[in-house]
Write a protein that binds this ligand. Structure first.
Ligand code: AMP
Length: 401
């Protein structure tokens, strides 16, 4: 029988997240995480899922990504699922930035690696780590097909009117400055799953997807194709996020340099790591913010209000971009769990055909579900995202059988 398992790898600069799936039934066999690679106190957390085994944790020095992947393979091997298993069909890698070059999942060869490397200037934080993961996995299993699934790919269908910034064209082209968008795997998965929830084909529906996690982005999807998204050249643009500012007058940066005397790196850290919810109220976890709001904490209330105001502006903007909206879908950590965020985001939008049913909104579930009252014009849905399954599905579609 041909191999049916896919290992999904998400390699960060000092971490590797992984899941092993069996594509016969899309079941998860194992998942885990290696953190703090390169430190004395690296940590591996592995959960076997098919066998009902317990989570195993291990701490100690893991020098680099190669050592991390070997440790992962050893953990998998304890349950007969190691990287050398003949059942393994492919490895699917999450790659953050595919630029304009990669519009689809791509089987990795030397030319593909070179192109991902060429894109490092537009994704200096992410692509080097993704490349390290790919190179390490290729060295361990050179015979195995490896597939790159790009965070940007789903957004390559955006028209130029949405993808271009209104800056000097020559400068933009020289430095490849345009809006690429991110979280594409999630937006693709959720927009399709929303169509399914409505009992329609993706081609038939227009959906606004709100991916609200620690990072957050919105997308406007017309008939299964992305026509606009809120993240841009980097994942900093758009919604208020856990630690990122989202949209802002770019002149704030000149002001911080000229008047605040801050360096480029300091501003980069300020806007990416110390802004958004954490900058506004000291917490980036929506659970904690809601707890504080319920206690009457004004700082947390203002942070929540700013978060919701921005979200609502994007719902309105994408409503106008799409012209007709069939569904608004909430997903990711905040979108799937925080009912007050969902309620507040669509409050007052009844004239646009948007409303949330309080009881339906309060239901907790892992299943895709509608939370709008019957007979409203636009369906409001909660659709749990599953980026690993989407990466595995796309990988297997390319190399399986
Ligand atoms: P993600 O990046 O998709 O993993 O989302 C992580 C974020 O989801 C966390 O930072 C929390 O703010 C949020 N989150 C997770 N669970 C809940 C919950 N039960 N209620 C509110 N927010 C939650």
């Amino acid at each position: 029988m041909s191999p049916t398992r896919v290992l999904v790898l998400n390699s960060g600069s000092s971490s590797v997240k992984y899941q092993l799936l069996d594509m016969r039934d899309s079941s998860r066999l194992a998942m885990g995480l290696v953190e703090r690679i390169g430190e004395e106190t690296s940590r591996l957390r592995h959960t076997p899922l098919g066998t009902g085994g317990e989570t195993r944790e291990w701490s100690g020095p893991i020098a680099d990504h190669e050592a991390a992947l070997k440790a992962v393979s050893e953990e998998l091997a304890k349950d007969g699922l190691g990287l050398d298993s003949p059942e393994l069909a492919a490895i699917g890698h999450r790659v953050v930035h595919g630029g304009k070059s990669f519009t689809e999942p791509t089987v990795i060869d030397d030319a593909v690696l070179a192109e991902i490397e060429r894109l490092i200037p537009v994704a200096p934080l992410h692509n080097p780590a993704n490349l390290t993961g790919i190179r390490t996995a290729r060295a361990l299993r050179p015979d195995l097909p490896q597939v790159a699934v790009f965070d940007t790919a789903f957004h390559t269908t955006m028209p130029e009117s949405a993808a271009r910034y209104a800056i000097d064209v020559k400068t933009a082209d020289e430095h490849r400055i345009r809006r690429y968008g991110f979280h594409g795997t999630s937006h693709a998965y959720v927009s399709r799953a929303t169509a399914e929830l409505l009992g329609k084909a993706p081609e038939e529906v227009n959906v606004i997807v709100l991916h609200l996690g620690n990072g957050a982005s919105a997308s406007a999807v017309r008939g299964g194709r992305c026509v606009d998204t809120s993240m841009g050249l980097t994942p900093l643009e758009g919604l208020v996020m856990g630690t990122r500012s989202g949209d802002m007058d770019p002149a704030v940066i000149f002001h911080l340099m000229r008047v605040g005397g801050m360096s480029t790196d300091e501003i980069d850290t300020l806007l990416n790591k110390k802004s958004g919810l954490i900058g506004l109220c000291g917490d980036n976890d929506m659970r904690e913010i809601r707890r504080r709001v319920d206690e009457g904490d004004e700082e947390a209330q203002l942070a929540f209000d700013i978060y919701i105001h921005r979200l609502k502006k994007y719902i309105g903007a994408y409503y106008a971009v799409l012209g007709r909206v069939d569904a608004v879908a909430f997903t990711a950590g905040v979108g799937e769990n925080a009912s007050p965020v969902r309620e507040a985001a669509v409050a007052g939008l009844e004239e646009l055909g948007l409303a949330v049913d309080r009881e339906l909104n309060a239901v907790r579930s892992d299943e895709p579900r509608l939370i709008s009252p019957a007979r409203t014009r636009v369906a409001v849905a909660v659709v749990p995202t599953d980026e690993e399954l989407e990466i595995a599905t796309q990988t297997y579609a390319l190399v399986g059988r």
